[in-house]
Design a protein around this ligand. Structure first.
Ligand code: ADP
Ligand code: MG
Length: 474
């Protein structure tokens, strides 16, 4: 009988089928196509690199036994990775990759069509193919270690970041998770690590991306049927920096794909750096398996800067801008803006601008006006939508639940609190608040505000809700 790739593979499949679960067989073996047989090497086509890795990891022994039965002790297996749903340009791209010497099945071949020469395809989405295509890091060189001032509030995170930058993938801080409130320097530090790595190891592929953008790209890839390419692209990165991972909350598809990418990178000694506005224990709607990964490395908190750090950040900013500022003014700003470095910078920038545009001398009075305006301005940004989001997050429900018609006590209370804060922090009328929070009338909102006032006096637990939430809005 004539031995062909097909007949060899059919026999292998029969053997494999007897030895694994039907579901696994369906998932991992049915999609494989035998391509060619030369001497004792069988080439099989698999749909993605991830697929190939999965086979290597989980089924290589079985494959080896099956193949050896068919082709003798010198049997070889060659993988051809063929992406489905490729683009116009079908030119194949072939790359030899090092064999997995565990089993001595060599060589493997990657046959990945690339979509090159397409000018509208900008990074970071160039797609597989790769290697010769440069991946732009998307790093901001203005966010570096030099201008990331050290203080008690950031010492651990900063030095962990430096350690990672010195030896990406080579420390136990993998992943490195930097967490802390808004405006405390997460994005700055994340860039600084990337910039430093690029400086020390120019040949490494570093990529900075916000979790939001990552999610958009993923959704896009699902729409366009290029999910494999998406995964493949991210698996090529040496240092992956994902900013604001809390954005992945509730997005199970993106979490799933990130889980696979993370595992791949981690197993291959690549560095992952994440930032989040919360500690892993406080993250909601993030899958347990992902949370547990986040905890593998180091979670380092950025805290609110103390007074000395605030002063040195201000002085540094002034110095870099080449302006002068009387000491009492710096002191005034540092004493009055405490919890957010972005606002601290905003105030000083606005002060510098005011004084130079209006040719006014920077007086304490001007500083007071600016700070006041600044603080007020940020207050005015609180919208009813934002309030509803914060209150529902706090009570671990979604906004739709908060707005729903239910009479369940904890939901009613959450809704009343949202109304109360909307009244307190926005200029909206009772009627407008009511219509935005679940289509209620003004009387309901009025009642809600009174109820909250009453409960604040009589119910200790409820008082705590108000205090916790107030902190989030001020
Ligand atoms: P986050 O991402 O945590 O919201 P950012 O990284 O955007 O905060 O930081 C807000 C601003 O504060 C940026 O302009 C950043 O340069 C500045 N900043 C934060 N931390 C420091 C620091 N330690 N030294 C100097 N500037 C800082
Ligand atoms: Mg940020």
């Amino acid at each position: 009988m004539n031995i062909t790739a097909n007949s060899v593979w059919d026999n292998c499949l029969a053997f494999i089928k007897d030895n694994i679960q039907p579901q696994a067989f369906k998932t991992w073996f049915e999609p494989i196509k035998p391509i060619k047989l030369t001497e004792n090497a069988l080439s099989i086509q698999v749909p993605s690199k991830f697929f190939y890795e999965w086979l290597e990891e989980h089924y290589i022994k079985l494959l080896k036994v099956a193949l050896t039965k068919e082709l003798g002790p010198n049997a070889k297996l060659v993988y051809i990775i063929k992406m489905e749903n490729t683009y116009g340009n079908k030119e194949p791209f072939t790359e030899k990759i090092p064999s997995s010497n565990r089993v001595g099945m060599v060589p493997q071949e990657l046959d990945v069509p690339i979509k090159s020469k397409n000018p509208e395809l900008k990074n970071p989405f160039v797609i597989p193919g790769i290697r010769n295509i440069k991946i732009e890091s998307q790093l901001n060189p203005n966010y570096n270690f030099e201008n990331f001032l050290e203080g008690d509030s950031n010492r651990l995170a900063r030095s962990a970041g430096m350690a990672v930058a010195n030896k990406p993938g080579g420390t136990s801080f993998n992943p490195l998770l930097v967490f802390g409130g808004v405006g405390l320097g997460k994005t700055h530090l994340a860039h600084a690590i990337g910039v430093e790595i690029k400086d020390k190891y120019p040949e490494r592929t570093v990529l900075y991306i916000s979790a939001e953008k990552f999610t958009q790209q993923y959704i896009e890839s699902v729409k366009k049927n290029t999910r494999n390419d998406f995964i493949h692209f991210y698996q090529l990165i040496d240092v992956l920096i994902i900013d604001d991972v809390q954005f992945l909350s509730g997005k199970s598809g993106t979490q799933d794909v990130f889980f696979h990418i993370f595992n791949h990178l981690h197993q291959n000694g690549k560095q992952v750096i994440l930032t989040s506005d919360k500690a892993p224990v406080d993250m909601q709607d993030i899958e347990q398996r992902l949370l547990s990964r986040f905890k593998w490395g180091l979670s380092a908190e950025l805290q609110s800067p103390d007074y000395e750090t605030r002063v040195s950040i201000l002085k540094n900013k002034i110095y870099r801008d080449g302006v002068e500022m009387p000491e009492p003014i710096i002191d005034y700003i540092a004493k009055n803006i405490k919890t957010n470095i972005r606002e601290l910078e905003g105030a000083i920038i606005s002060l510098i601008a005011q004084s130079s545009f209006n040719k006014k001398e920077v007086t304490l009075e001007l500083a007071q006006q600016v700070v006041e305006k600044f603080v007020k301005n940020t207050k005015r940004e609180v919208s009813i939508d934002y309030i509803q989001k914060v209150v529902s997050d706090y009570f671990e429900m979604d906004v739709a639940t908060l707005q729903s018609k239910t009479r369940k006590r904890h939901i009613v209370q959450a809704r009343q609190l949202a109304m109360f804060f909307a009244k307190k922090y926005t200029k909206a009328s009772l009627a407008s608040i009511g219509s935005q929070i679940g289509k209620r009338d003004h009387a309901t909102v009025l009642h809600a505000c009174k109820t909250v006032d009453n409960l604040a006096e009589t119910d200790k637990q409820f008082r705590k809700y108000i205090d916790d939430l107030s902190k989030k809005f001020s």
